[in-house]
Design a protein around this ligand. Sequence first.
Ligand SMILES: NC(=O)c1ccc[n+]([C@@H]2O[C@H](COP(=O)([O-])OP(=O)(O)OC[C@H]3O[C@@H](n4cnc5c(N)ncnc54)[C@H](OP(=O)(O)O)[C@@H]3O)[C@@H](O)[C@H]2O)c1
Length: 273
Amino acid sequence: MTRYGFIGTGSMGSMLVRKFIGTGLVTPDAIAASSKSGVSARELAGTTGITATPTNREAAENADVVFICVKPVQVRSVLKEIRDVLKQDALLVSIAACVSLENLREWAGDHVHLIRIIPSVTAEENAGISLVAWGRSVHPEDKKLVLRLLNAIGTAVETDEKNFDLYTDLTSCGPALIVSMVQEFAASAVRTGAVPPEIAEYLVRETLIGTAWILDGNQTTFDEVIGRVATKGGSTEEGVKVLRARLPETMDEVLKALDAKRKVTAEKVAGGE
Ligand SMILES: NC(=O)c1ccc[n+]([C@@H]2O[C@H](COP(=O)([O-])OP(=O)(O)OC[C@H]3O[C@@H](n4cnc5c(N)ncnc54)[C@H](OP(=O)(O)O)[C@@H]3O)[C@@H](O)[C@H]2O)c1
């Protein structure tokens, strides 16, 4: 039986544990997990049947696969703590943004195989993208195992690590960015004074869900969806023209802001906690 260790059982770590168990690919008795205070790990153990360990070292020492699910700035100290108990040839999977494969190699040592993944909250619904970048020494069977797990809770996209930042904006940050845009759409309707916030949110939310189904169902392209609604000479077309005139600048600013923040985090990551 492949044994798993999870260090960090916050939002993403606990989701991965729950989802991997839900797929049936991993059984609760194969998972040991730890967290800083121990509270979230014990809660997760209570609801899933995994083992919560009092220390990170105990979560890592018997694991064939160790998922690092702490905040980027915490990765260095966690790896320092578990480095000497990691099994020879253990697979270390980091989900942390801004922590490079090179950082991981330096902090974890050469005796482990490294993989970086960036999951998305969309995995909660077995949808969306998990990005994957392979470390140099990773084995074909490591790749097979990780792809099997990630493809069971969405779609794994393998890519070079150099693409991670921008792809992360689109996939992992995407849900918050997309919903923020849609929220502004509803807020605009509310500002007319003709619709209460809860009705506007309901109408836009159901429309967003329906649009996602259209995109998914027939593999419809963005242009096809726009073309079906914003017909020539109609009022929607006028709205689309405004968006196309104004949004590019805003979206460029959004990506620049994400990039700037990432650079600050990357500097902190190198120093650790
Ligand atoms: N949120 C997202 O959508 C998303 C998407 C992709 C990747 N990520 C990455 O996922 C990672 C975790 O993010 P999150 O949103 O799950 O954060 P979170 O909810 O704050 O969870 C962080 C977890 O790390 C634990 N922790 C902190 N220091 C620790 C230590 N020294 N030893 C053991 N555990 C420690 C915390 O323990 P306690 O429970 O005791 O506080 C908590 O369980 C980040 O690196 C982030 O870049 C996040």
